[in-house]
Design a binder for this molecule. Structure first.
Ligand SMILES: Cc1cc2nc3c(=O)[nH]c(=O)nc-3n(C[C@H](O)[C@H](O)[C@H](O)COP(=O)(O)OP(=O)(O)OC[C@H]3O[C@@H](n4cnc5c(N)ncnc54)[C@H](O)[C@@H]3O)c2cc1C
Length: 287
């Protein structure tokens, strides 16, 4: 299929992007890696009249450390996330999850910003950002604002992003040194979106869990932050009964569709299996 006609813009600065988006309103879309938008345009599920390419926009690429926080520019590709020394040392779950996205060709082009801004419940990074307690950095005609990843997603492809706004990056506090982590993803084959996936970050002290965070991918209209399941782990030794309880709580918030990846009941159970495996591996990795 061939996309509809559009006018192509290639600005150099965030200010120019915001100005173009403000001028053209909902007739304009930004394009980052193009690996979600172009297929949608080819299927005519998206038909923007103005395409604003972010490739040449300064200041949107890279991973930086600032005290206890890490900021990742929206145009940082998944390949760059995988190669980042800062992330490998401070937050290796991002590398682990990025390696489970699609295939190397997609990862060379697909960006963190495109992955989280889009609102596709199948994307892996949104739940991970919720697990990390990340904040999305947005810039629009009225200036900048920040939205918690846990508050950003409203429904499939509906987000807090307003017309005229650009997501410029994400920021999160580094998980504590010695934290345990795991991203577990069930997929039908290499390159597929998740049937169900779970991100877990936790920390232990003297055999007791002192913090825990769990989020789920592709088992609802949005990524799901599993608050009750996370809370159930804290203050325990992560014994079998506690993990059973957390798994049940995680399953209880899922609302997957029945589709080619399986019936809803199966996908809910798989969310539980992924949660269990991620908690167990995170516990093993925690120091
Ligand atoms: C074959 C295939 C398999 C895939 N498998 C997976 C998978 O398993 N897991 C997974 O997570 N992803 C998967 N993806 C998606 C891919 O990883 C990209 O993350 C995704 O395409 C979005 O990133 P992008 O840079 O390509 O965004 P684009 O396609 O350029 O943009 C996507 C949407 O986000 C908007 N957007 C982009 N950047 C910004 C920004 N900075 N601010 C505001 N809005 C923005 C665009 O306007 C558009 O609406 C797959 C893609 C393909 C083609």
């Amino acid at each position: 299929m061939i996309p509809g006609d559009f006018e192509y813009h290639r600005p150099n600065s965030i200010g120019e992007v915001v100005s173009l988006l403000s001028t053209h309103g909902d007739e304009a879309r930004v394009i980052a890696g193009g690996h979600s938008l172009i297929p949608m345009m080819k299927l005519r599920l998206a038909a923007p009249e103005h395409l604003v390419d972010l490739q040449d926009v300064a200041g949107l690429v890279g991973v930086s450390e600032d005290g206890g926080a890490i900021t990742i520019g929206a145009m940082t590709t998944q390949t760059e996330l995988i190669a980042s020394k800062v992330l490998a040392e401070n937050c290796p779950i991002i590398r682990e999850a990025a390696l489970l996205i699609a295939d190397p060709q997609v990862r060379y082009c697909g960006t963190l910003g495109g992955n989280v801004a889009n609102g596709d419940p199948g994307n892996d990074m949104p739940a991970l950002m919720q697990c990390l307690g990340a904040t999305y950095l947005l810039q629009g005609p009225d200036g900048t604002r920040e939205v918690d990843a846990r508050d950003y997603y409203e429904a499939a492809y509906f987000t807090e992003l307003k017309d005229g706004e650009l997501l410029t990056g994400v920021r999160f506090e580094k998980p504590v040194v010695g934290h345990g982590y795991a991203y577990k993803k069930l997929k039908r084959k290499v390159g597929d979106y998740a049937t169900a996936a779970a991100a877990v970050i936790l920390s232990m002290n003297g055999g007791s869990c002192v913090s825990a965070s769990i989020a789920l991918t592709n088992v609802g209209d949005t990524p799901l932050y599993a608050q009750a399941a996370s809370d159930a782990l804290v203050g325990t030794a992560l014994d079998a009964a506690t993990i059973d309880q957390a798994v049940a709580l995680a399953e209880s918030i899922t609302e997957p569709a029945s589709d080619g990846r399986g019936p809803a009941e199966y996908r809910t159970k798989m969310a539980g299996v992924m949660t269990r495996r991620a908690i167990e591996e995170a516990k093993e990795r925690a120091q």
